[in-house]
Design a protein around this ligand. Structure first.
Ligand code: MG
Length: 381
């Protein structure tokens, strides 16, 4: 075990698992969580789910799986430097996107629209639902039966209505409290990972250019240094050299700023972290402004690029058509999901049918959703 600070999450003081289990023989409890996440079906499916680019657009782009691995790698570095629980951080990072629908944010937005009358769809809540309910891997309990702190970290955001339904896990959203530091690290690592890899993927796809990116301080500073040191460097290597330096500058800043915050507050344990007035893990004001500038740039020039928008329009149509078809004709939904839709419907009406269908659709990979669309919708068009 690593050298843990007093404010790190530790299994001795953990709120534990929902279902009692004997402890693992060769690992600690959070390593067990990480391994359960890696063995889950939802984790494997991340390989074929969109981050920004639809999976079949090219083999070079990030998928949700490689994104999650990059988040975990950044998260572990920060956690270890701050003497936090690295295993817990890794588990949260690897699980944070398990509930994502196919086709990235476009998929989630349209599924939320489809579910408007039935309680909505939130991908964070869905990640929790995957590990608590949907995974079927163990004889003694549903889901993965993860530790409280892991589930606390997975639930990054949540609406007030849902928070009320969630009991203890949702309470912090109502009381404006914070999760443990490992969860805060995962959150920051997520943002560092996607901002930087989206620059890389966006450049590779030719949707944004180095010239445009110079308007972003974070990119421009590193660009000047790299160009000065290696004026003849080939563009691809130059881009990668710039991005690795951007990641390093953000990670170093998070570690230094968070260390400062922690030293100021001196939390005695994880509960003091939860009760603190502010999140203790974060960037300095200057770096945070730089990161926001980059995020705005990406929104304007990459996520709203017409080619990305055209793809999103198509994928929204696919999800909406599948949802409507399954709602009207539950008989075309395969075995397990059909059974649970019908079982629930007997109890609580059509919204539970909708929930079972949303679970089914959210679990699909990009290519499976496209294949389903071609199989059951296209021939009837
Ligand atoms: Mg993410």
């Amino acid at each position: 075990m690593f050298d843990l600070a007093c404010y790190a999450a530790r299994e001795e003081t953990s709120k534990g698992r929902l279902y009692k289990e004997t402890g693992p023989s060769h690992r600690n409890q959070y390593q067990r969580d990480r391994d359960r996440i890696i063995h889950s079906a939802a984790f494997r499916r991340l390989e074929y789910k969109t981050q920004v680019f639809v999976n079949h657009e090219g083999d070079m782009f990030r998928t949700r799986l490689t994104h999650s691995i990059e988040v975990a790698q950044i998260g572990r570095t920060i956690a270890r430097a701050l003497k936090l629980n690295e295993d817990l951080t890794e588990a949260i990072c690897l699980a944070h996107d398990l509930g994502h629908t196919p086709f990235g944010h476009a998929g989630q937005d349209i599924l939320n629209v489809c579910m408007r009358e039935h309680g909505g769809f939130e991908h964070n809540l869905q990640s929790l639902r995957v590990v608590e309910v949907l995974e079927e891997r163990y004889a003694e309990f549903p889901g993965l039966n993860l530790m409280y702190e892991t589930r606390e970290g997975i639930l990054k955001h949540c609406s007030r209505t849902k928070a009320t339904e969630l009991g203890e896990l949702g309470r912090r959203f109502l009381e404006g409290r914070h999760p443990g530091l490992e969860a805060q690290v995962a959150n920051v690592a997520d943002e560092i990972a996607y901002n930087n890899h989206d620059v890389d993927d966006g450049l590779r796809a030719g949707l944004i250019t180095v010239k445009q990116l110079k308007e972003c301080e974070l990119f421009n500073t590193q660009q000047i240094t790299v160009k000065k040191q290696w004026p003849e460097l080939h563009e691809r290597r130059m881009i990668h050299e710039i991005i690795r330096r951007m990641i390093n500058s953000l990670v170093s800043d998070v570690i230094a700023t968070s260390q400062k915050n922690i030293s100021k507050l001196r939390p005695a344990d994880i509960d003091a972290v939860r009760d603190a007035d502010m999140a203790l893990i974060g960037l300095s004001r200057e770096m945070s402004a730089n990161q926001i500038e980059l995020r705005r740039f990406l929104h304007k020039n990459l996520y709203r690029h017409h080619r990305v928008q055209q793809m999103m329009r198509k994928t929204k149509k696919i999800i909406k058509a599948l949802f409507d078809a399954y709602m009207t004709e539950i008989g075309i939904v395969p075995g397990d999901f059909q059974q649970s839709a019908l079982k629930f419907e007997g109890k609580a009406g059509v919204s539970d049918r909708a929930r079972a269908i949303a679970d089914y659709i959210a679990g699909m990979t990009d290519r499976f959703a496209i294949a389903e669309y071609e199989r059951i919708i296209k021939p009837l068009e």
